[in-house]
Ligand binder design. Structure first.
Ligand SMILES: Nc1nc2c(ncn2[C@@H]2O[C@H](COP(=O)(O)OP(=O)(O)OP(=O)(O)O)[C@@H](O)[C@H]2O)c(=O)[nH]1
Length: 439
């Protein structure tokens, strides 16, 4: 990119410099040729003026000296010749190289390999000739329409002109080269500066793309790139702010979801009516306790409890009273068991109690205590004390069994036997009914 930028910057400057130098060289070269021509014409006029009277007098010797002196005094003067009015050569110095002169009646200037000037010589009219008839245009003048006296022809070498033109060309080339070096240097400086700034911007944009939103473009403070850098910095700032807001909202939503999930899990594990554990919670805890009992050979028992004739309570006292009986029953059982025991409602009026580190006999004793407490408790319903009872099946966990379902089935079977044997009693899955005396 730097090379392309360099070309785009330097090329127009180079072209302008070259065009300026070429234009200048041409124009100045033309002026040099014009100056040489003017000088040649002036020399011819001087020569013609000096030669006029000698031509008139036919002084060939004087004309010869005049021609020699003219060449001697002007190094660029290549050849000089003086002719009379009939074209007869009177005197010359040097050799005319541009062929036979045309010797016309008017000034003739030719620029070939040399500069040739042919000047017709007319008699000079002096003001002293008009003493008695003074003319308004006093001074020396060549008489137009006067009789031709002769011709002065001279050739000027163009070597000096060529040398001057060479010097001009050399100077132009040196100037152009200097201009080129200057333009190239400036272009290089500009290209490297712009490239460095673009690279800096590109690096920051790349790092931001990789997630470094604290990156900012620094050091680009002037030109178009400065406003670009400013815009990109503002954009990165907005992205960072938006990301922070999004992150905050995601975290907030995640927290809310976690709370809702925990609440839902808690709800799924807590019976809404009685506040006891649910079947789900009981199953999870029972599985853990079974593993523990297996590993440490601990005793583990469960009680299966079912309220007796609960349908009759509902039918006689109403469903609301039935609910109150369920709550009252759960509280009564809860008061009889330890903190480490777990009371769960399996559904309807059926409950279960998990008893870690308790064998069947101890469980039966506890069951009997529960049965007694329930039997003795009273719930005030419609202003009258309501009595109810519970049947309980007891089963100890068997290490060889390894199944919660089968273990519960044994407890269920014991409960079924308790119901069958008259209710309000405790039955062990390997034993008989233990109804309380007096009940
Ligand atoms: N009030 C109330 N009643 C319930 C609830 N869940 C189940 N029941 C009722 O409990 C009764 C259970 O009746 P049964 O299965 O015949 O049992 P039971 O009447 O207790 O008879 P046994 O168990 O043989 O002594 C039904 O009438 C159900 O409608 C509840 O959440 N609240």
């Amino acid at each position: 990119m730097r090379a392309r930028l360099w070309i785009a910057t330097a090329l127009p400057a180079l072209l302008v410099i070259v065009m300026l130098v070429i234009g200048f060289a041409y124009r100045y070269g033309d002026r040099m040729a014009d100056a040489l021509t003017d000088r040649g014409v002036a020399s011819a006029r001087q020569l013609g003026s000096a030669a006029e009277f000698m031509v008139f007098a036919g002084d060939r010797e004087g004309l010869g000296r005049l021609a020699e002196a003219a060449i001697r005094n002007d190094a660029q003067l290549h050849a000089v010749a003086v002719y009379d009015a009939h074209g007869q050569l009177l005197a010359s110095a040097g050799k005319l190289e541009e062929g036979q002169p045309s010797l016309g009646s008017a000034l003739d200037v030719q620029l070939g390999e040399r500069l040739r000037v042919e000047l017709p010589i007319y008699p000079t009219i002096a003001p002293t000739d008009d003493l008695y008839t003074p003319t308004p245009s006093a001074g020396i003048a060549y008489g137009q329409g006067a009789r031709l006296v002769g011709h002065a022809v001279l050739e000027v070498s163009l070597d000096r002109l060529a040398q001057q033109q060479r010097e001009l060309l050399l100077w132009s080339l040196v100037t152009a080269a200097g201009g080129l070096v200057l333009a190239g240097g400036l272009a290089t400086l500009l290209a490297s500066r712009v490239t460095a700034q673009i690279t800096a911007i590109n690096d920051v944009v790349t790092r931001v793309g990789q997630g470094a939103l604290d990156e900012r473009i620094d050091g680009v403070r002037s030109g178009v790139l400065a406003s670009l850098a400013e815009g990109i910095n503002a954009m990165i700032g907005r992205i960072a702010t938006t990301q922070e807001e999004l992150q905050f909202r995601v975290e907030q939503a995640t927290r809310e979801l976690r709370h809702q999930k925990e609440a839902a899990e808690q709800a799924a594990r807590t019976d809404t009516l009685t506040g006891t554990a649910t079947r789900l919670a009981f199953t999870e805890v029972a599985e853990v306790e079974m593993q523990r009992a297996l590993r440490y050979r601990n005793d583990l028992s469960l009680l299966m409890l079912d309220l007796d004739h609960f349908k009759g309570i509902n039918d006689e006292h109403g469903h609301v009273t039935g609910d109150a009986v369920l709550v009252h029953f759960a509280q009564t059982v809860q008061q009889q068991i330890r903190n480490m025991d777990l009371l769960a409602r399996l559904g309807g009026e059926e409950f279960v109690v998990l008893l870690p580190n308790v064998n069947a006999e101890q469980a039966a004793v506890l069951a009997e205590r529960i049965r007694g407490a329930v039997s003795e408790s009273r719930l005030m319903a419609n202003g009258r004390p309501l009595r109810f009872s519970v049947s309980i099946g007891v089963a100890q966990f068997d290490w060889r069994e390894l199944s919660l379902t089968r273990w519960m089935s044994r407890a269920d079977a014991a409960l079924y036997r308790a119901k069958a044997q008259g209710r309000n009693c405790v039955v062990q899955d390997n034993g008989g009914c233990t109804p309380a005396a007096g009940d």
